[in-house]
Design a protein around this ligand. Structure first.
Ligand code: ADP
Length: 471
């Protein structure tokens, strides 16, 4: 299968989409894993915090009982009672938080039993103090189980904390591994996507370069062939015209007619070659636009002079309205546009008709108008006729001797001047072609002699403007 630009772009697009989809799925899974792992880390922190609070509350309870026994102050007793209610709540929370861990649940059961026993000893201490006073407590001495219970509680909470610390370390490691994996997956997918994009761009670029080369070779070929054909064709045309004129001796009427046809056909071929060469030059940027200040009136008069023989042969009157405008444009190219439009206007007018040319200023531009009362142009063709080889009627080129390139060349010239070209028309009533080019008001009069760049094809262009202005 041939690898075209479209296919390459499509393949690159599909690959990038696939990779992005994969990245999306893998990232989603990895991120969910990350969230779960970090939840477990937070959970372990909560258990550690609760264990810490249990130890702390038990120390506070013991201190409150000691305070009451020594001083008999009931504030200590109230403090103890408060703590006594809080500790079972903490144990209950711890039970819920360690449901996933059977070892911790069994440790918790032992812890709860030890705490209850410890509270029982502290309750007994308060009771003795209340009934027998400080002496009764002193008489009991320090032989009770309280100290041992406290030591057991501390040892068990320390053991439980160690277990949770170990869990925490495990869970932290797992969370870090997940994060690293997520990063690597995303990085790998991005690198692959970038390779796919760069690959597509390189392929597209190579393909475009190849196409450009083919286009260049094609247009060079057309240009060389047109050049090579034009010289002998011009000489054939000259010889035929001489024969047809009868200067070299008379031929019979049938021969004369055949010569006339041959002259007109070679003339048409030369015009076609000239148009192809002009189009190619405009396309490749080889046709220089040498702007200078010039008089619109003089350009119109020149174009009318060039077209007068054709107009006379078709009994068409040409008229120009006076216009004192000065434009800043390439004189020969604007004459070429005007003669193209005049030639069409004459071709598509009926004998006895009139073609008018005018120029007026509109803002910063001069607007040229070529108006005929000919057959008109259908609405759906008013844009397409400015494309190359487009004609309203396919028989136009055969019947009226056109090439279908005149308007395309004119549009290219006008656009290179920064102007626009368009047509307004009514079927059966006539057409008016308009084009705009910049006015010269803002330019120094010296500019009339100014040439944008060295003109290497100057002499050839001069002759083009004179010999093939019309289609
Ligand atoms: P051509 O050499 O065929 O005249 P153009 O590019 O100059 O090529 O014109 C393209 C086509 O536009 C013509 O063939 C014709 O069908 C139509 N056209 C141009 N000017 C006029 C006009 N003034 N009146 C009617 N049709 C026109």
């Amino acid at each position: 299968m041939k690898l075209t630009v479209e296919r390459t772009v499509l393949a690159g697009f599909v690959i990038v989409l696939f990779l992005l989809g994969t990245v999306g799925i893998v990232s989603q899974r990895t991120i969910i894993g990350l969230i779960v792992d970090s939840k477990w880390v937070t959970h372990t922190h909560v258990v550690l915090e609760l264990l810490q609070q249990v130890s702390f509350r038990m120390s506070q309870a013991e201190a409150a009982v000691r305070g009451y026994v020594i001083t008999g102050d009931t504030t200590f007793e109230a403090q103890y009672e408060g703590i006594r209610k809080q500790v079972p709540e903490l144990i209950s929370k711890l039970r819920t938080q360690t449901l996933d861990n059977p070892a911790e649940q069994s440790n918790l059961a032992s812890l709860e039993a030890l705490i209850q026993k410890r509270f029982a000893t502290m309750d007994e201490g308060i009771r003795v103090r209340k009934s027998g006073g400080l002496e009764a407590i002193l008489a009991l001495g320090s032989s009770g189980p309280g100290r041992k219970l406290s030591a057991d509680i501390s040892a068990l909470t320390a053991l439980m904390r160690d277990d949770e610390d170990r869990l925490l370390a495990d869970r932290n490691t797992r969370a870090q591994t997940s994060a690293r994996r997520a990063f690597l997956v995303v990085l790998a997918a991005l690198v692959l996507a970038m390779i796919a994009v760069i690959g597509s761009v390189v392929l597209v670029f190579r393909d475009l370069t190849r196409r450009q080369q083919i286009e260049r070779i094609k247009s060079e070929f057309v240009s060389v062939v047109s050049h090579e054909l034009r010289t002998p064709l011009t000489s054939i045309h000259g010889s035929l015209a001489l024969l047809a004129s009868g200067l070299l001796g008379r031929v019979n009427p049938k021969g004369e007619r055949m010569l006339q046809i041959a002259v007109s056909n070679t003339d048409r071929l030369i015009r076609l070659l000239n148009d192809i060469l002009d189009m190619e030059k405009l396309d490749s940027g080889k046709m220089e636009i040498r702007r200078m200040q010039c008089s619109a009136k003089e350009l119109i008069e020149h174009a009318i002079d060039v077209m007068r023989p054709m107009a006379q042969s078709q009994q068409i009157a040409l008229s120009a309205s006076r216009s004192e405008l000065f434009i800043y444009a390439d004189r020969d190219r604007i004459i070429q546009c005007l003669t193209n439009l005049l030639s069409n206007a004459i071709k598509f007018s009926d004998p006895g008709g009139t073609v008018q040319v005018a120029a007026k200023s509109i803002g910063t531009h001069a607007q040229f108008e070529v108006c005929d009362r000919g057959r008109g142009i259908p609405a759906d063709k008013r844009n397409s006729i400015f494309e190359r080889f487009q004609q309203v009627d396919t028989s136009d080129s055969r019947k009226r001797g056109g090439t279908g390139l005149g308007l395309a060349i004119s549009r290219n010239i006008v656009e290179q001047h920064g102007g626009k070209i368009w047509v307004e028309s009514q079927l059966g009533t006539g057409s008016t072609f308009f084009f705009t080019v910049p006015l010269a008001q803002n330019h120094n009069p010296d500019i009339a002699s100014y040439v944008d760049s060295a003109n290497t094809v100057s002499s050839q262009r001069e002759s083009n403007a004179e010999t093939h202005p019309a289609d």
